[in-house]
Design a protein around this ligand. Structure first.
Ligand code: AMP
Length: 359
């Protein structure tokens, strides 16, 4: 149970915007962030104490990196499990490799969730075009075919309405192992971001209501307008997941709220998450600080909100409006320092806040 000391080094696998915001939070707490990312000019490298620029598969480089820091964490869930395990041989890895392994494969993930009381929509494993047809017949249309691995922001997914479409989608995804999911007739999408400390304490942020377009998060509203029962159910599911994984750090649990008010887990992200960005401007401790505290073996901070938030992602050319956001009195602008605004790329976000009443 080793805790870090101020001025210690914290290693972060991945150097995108999440790594950047983690590095900034670490710096404020007197810790030096060391970023491991194969891309020379990645967003986090430019705010970190050091950048190790090497491929994730280079186990020698991973070992050297891990030996040079007091603890290792990661900011994206597709870090190769083998590399995470290598890091864990040389420094405490928080959260552990099991969380990565669980989240990297949709079949493993959904099986794990249902075994721990976190219900998902119904699903079937699909390993052949025949499986795809049979699964569609079992679940009924419409349904969603998703590749088991390497899917994010709606990639590797197709809505299918017939057995023929299900088989064709499977083949379009190069016959990679997949699952077919029942379509969730959701009223809203919600998420809960929560943290577990080294001593097992769990603290959750208020739920966020999330709006996606084209599979990409566009906006979050938080604290979401949900009943106390919904909030309690979501936090209980997050706690069960955190405990089952003996997890240390921040996790995000993405949820569908069905018409009858019940919840289904869509997926978990074993890291800080876009639907938790609102906490930077509206909570007493933000998700990035909370994660750094947990990874450092320090006590968690107060996760309560002092303001309500509307978080707007700046995707692709949206970022060109940055001067307008700067001029907006209740807006807080966050830019990630990415040089090219490619379509679909998350370039920054804005949080519009309003103080919550004190009563
Ligand atoms: P995912 O990559 O699994 O997070 O999916 C991206 C988005 O697709 C979700 O945020 C939903 O808006 C939608 N989606 C995914 N799975 C389902 C489902 N089973 N039913 C309805 N919508 C879904």
């Amino acid at each position: 149970m080793s805790a870090l000391k101020p001025a210690d080094r914290i290693g972060i696998l991945g150097g995108g915007q999440l790594g950047r915001m983690l590095a900034l939070a670490a710096a404020r707490l007197g810790l030096d962030a060391v970023i491991y990312d194969p891309e020379a000019d990645c967003p986090a490298s430019r705010v970190a104490a050091e950048h190790v620029c090497a491929p994730y598969e280079d186990l020698d480089a991973v070992a050297r990196f891990a030996r040079s820091v007091a603890a290792v964490t990661f900011e994206f869930e597709n870090v190769p499990v083998e590399s995470a395990r290598e890091a864990a041989r040389h420094a405490p890895l928080r959260p552990g490799a099991q969380a990565l392994e669980t989240a990297q494969d949709r079949l493993t993930e959904k099986t794990f969730l249902n075994a721990h009381g976190a219900r998902t929509v119904e699903f079937r494993a699909v390993n052949s075009a025949g499986d795809a047809r049979a699964a569609l017949a079992a679940l009924s249309a419409p349904a969603i075919l998703k590749t088991r691995r390497m899917g994010y922001d709606g990639k590797g997914q197709a809505v299918v309405k017939s057995a023929g479409e299900a088989a064709a989608a499977f083949e379009r995804f190069e016959s990679r192992p997949a699952i077919l999911e029942a379509f969730a007739p959701f009223r809203r999408e919600l998420s809960v971001v929560a943290a577990r400390a080294l001593d097992g304490e769990v603290r959750a942020f208020a739920l966020s209501e999330n709006h996606h377009a084209g599979g990409i998060l566009r906006e979050s509203l938080a604290p979401a307008d949900v009943s106390a029962a919904t909030e309690a159910e979501a936090v209980a599911m997050a706690r069960a997941i955190l405990e089952a994984l003996d997890y240390v750090g921040v996790i995000a649990v993405e949820l569908f709220e069905l018409e009858d008010g019940s919840l289904r887990v869509n997926e978990i992200a074993p890291r800080v998450h876009n639907t938790g960005h609102w906490t930077m401007d509206s909570c007493r401790t933000c998700q990035f600080e909370q994660h750094v505290r947990a990874v450092a073996g320090w006590p968690l901070g107060d996760a309560s909100a002092f303001a309500s938030a509307r978080m707007i992602n700046l995707i692709g050319a949206d970022v060109d409006a940055w001067p307008r956001w700067l001029a907006e009195p209740d807006a807080r602008l966050h830019l990630y320092g990415k040089r090219a605004a490619r379509e679909g790329r998350k370039m920054g976000h804005v949080t519009l806040t309003r103080p919550l009443s004190q009563d």
